[in-house]
Ligand binder design. Structure first.
Ligand SMILES: Cc1cc2nc3c(=O)[nH]c(=O)nc-3n(C[C@H](O)[C@H](O)[C@H](O)COP(=O)(O)OP(=O)(O)OC[C@H]3O[C@@H](n4cnc5c(N)ncnc54)[C@H](O)[C@@H]3O)c2cc1C
Length: 463
């Protein structure tokens, strides 16, 4: 194959049309970005939400349950706009209640298709200017400020002007392009492996539960006792290692040592979290292409495995494949404070806490098929400073790419937490615009007060 790595071409400078000029531009419409845009727009600021795909939702649309609304002690710790979204979904039968889970703390099932339209409905009500099919690519800097964002979609390249920018791309794309130091993966650069989710329909959930309850020796589950499956018709199942060993011995290629099934909202529906490919860099299109192709190729054998070995799946068939490969980890920006695994283990409190989280450190090994989970027993705070880059004066970062270590990200990455971080960033951006201050100078006591007034959950600093 012809090698292109070292070849380059210089692009002549161009004058670009200005697509829009706003108070706050949010880049990336995943769980964090939707909440950031809503929070920034609630008081009437002009807000644009820029999304590369044809729909909003990011990983809310790939068949995953939302984890982490409840704490390890069973308390509702994610409220505010995230809970409003869930309530709207519930009103349409498109979200479950928050259900405690011994392995995942709590799960909230959602319908990925309804999420897309309900989120757009909420954004429209808040008059957020939504730009779909629009990929952010570069920044124009003026000193330490982002002067313009350069985007490209079906239209030609255009510029967006904004007083404040929020990076919710999951990949710290804006932070990186504007010169914020970023890190990727663990010390060796290894990142948690991605997964292409798919769903099966026509399964007999009752039969599967019966086997899990009555024969846990054959149908072995990680951590979750059989009794849980007896009581809960909806669940996440992780395990069935013996069945996988048998299927592999019979010649099937199963890329995961564990069967991971998430019951869907529809009768007989399960989402399957079992494709896996190591060494994919979610910020590199070539690597992503290889990952998409490899994981798609794994689906056939996984369906055969489920139908032939897992009780209740005898009549099941492939229903849907997620619209894109799910990326667990890429870049994290390095901000004013970097949240660590020890902060989480010690349930650390911060004076500038803008979100509370409780999901365990859930680290899918970049190198082998191992998955390590560490519980802190209660909650920990996420400080505002983890959203604030050091050297760009009109940028905030929220969601998966905040300033956290590889280990801490393995906990903060769940979607309830990302939504809470997005809301905090949106309200902070609003303060920056109203008070004409930069993110580093935001009065965090005031920000906390505003978050509480808007229904977010935070702990009293004296607690
Ligand atoms: C396989 C897998 C299983 C997981 N399991 C769970 C689970 O069960 N429950 C749970 O709560 N969490 C789970 N997670 C974690 C969770 O899904 C993510 O960490 C979370 O969605 C991150 O939210 P975000 O808003 O930061 O980013 P994302 O959800 O990734 O959204 C980022 C958005 O930005 C857009 N974007 C990116 N770059 C650009 C650009 N340059 N221009 C324009 N738009 C751009 C993307 O298209 C996307 O819409 C899982 C993740 C994976 C991959």
């Amino acid at each position: 194959m012809e090698k292109h790595e070292n070849r380059s071409i210089t692009e002549p400078a161009k004058t670009l049309p200005i697509r829009t000029e706003v108070d706050v531009a949010v880049i990336g419409a995943g769980p964090a970005g939707i909440m950031a845009a809503l929070a920034a727009a609630e008081e009437g600021l002009k807000v644009a939400l820029i999304e590369g795909r044809s729909f909003v939702g990011g990983n809310l649309t790939i068949g995953l349950p939302v984890l982490g609304f409840l704490s390890q002690k069973g308390k509702l710790i994610i409220k505010g706009l995230s809970e409003k979204l869930m309530e709207r979904l519930r009103a349409r039968g498109a979200a479950s209640a928050h259900q405690p889970c011994p392995l995942h703390v709590s799960l909230t099932l959602i319908d990925p298709e309804v999420v897309k339209s309900v989120a757009v409905e909420m954004l429209t009500e808040c008059k957020v200017e939504l730009l779909l099919h629009t990929m952010f690519s570069e920044v124009v800097m003026e000193g330490d400020r982002i002067k313009a964002l350069i985007v490209k979609g079906k239209s030609d390249r255009e510029a967006i002007l904004a007083k404040m920018v929020i990076d919710t791309t999951g990949d710290a794309e804006v932070a990186k392009r504007s010169g914020v130091p970023c890190k990727k993966g663990n010390e060796q650069g290894g990142m948690q492996p991605p997964t292409l989710m798919f769903s099966m329909e026509g399964a007999d959930t009752g039969r599967l539960r019966e086997c899990l309850v009555n024969d846990p020796e054959t149908y072995d589950c990680d951590f979750i006792p059989p009794d849980y499956f007896a009581k809960n018709p909806r669940f996440i199942l992780v395990g069935l290692r013996k069945l996988i060993a048998r299927a592999r011995a019979d010649g099937l290629v199963i890329p995961n040592d564990r069967t991971i099934l998430i019951s869907g909202l529809r009768e007989g529906e399960f989402w399957v979290n079992m494709t896996r490919v190591k060494g994919v860099d979610g910020t590199d299109a070539r690597s992503l292409t290889a990952g998409e192709i490899e994981t798609r190729g794994q689906i056939d054998d996984l369906c055969t495995y489920l139908v032939s070995y897992v009780p209740g799946f005898e009549q099941a068939r492939l229903a849907r494949v997620a619209p894109f490969l799910g990326i667990r980890e890429t870049r994290r920006m390095v901000g004013q404070y970097t949240l660590t695994g020890d902060d989480i283990r010690s349930c650390r409190r911060f004076d500038d806490a803008i979100a509370v989280a409780s999901y365990p450190i859930d680290l899918h090994s970049p190198d082998d098929d191992d998955c390590v989970r560490e519980w802190c027993g209660d909650c920990y705070d996420i400080p505002y400073r983890s959203l604030v880059p050091r050297n760009v004066s009109n940028l905030l970062v929220a969601g998966r790419c905040i300033s956290a270590t590889h280990e801490a990200l393995a906990s903060t990455r769940v979607m309830s937490t990302c939504m809470a971080l997005g809301e905090a960033a949106g309200r902070a951006a609003q303060l920056c615009v109203r008070e004409k201050v930069s993110p580093a100078d935001v009065d965090t006591h005031r920000l906390r007060k505003e978050l509480l007034a808007c229904g977010a959950y935070l702990r009293d600093l004296s607690e």
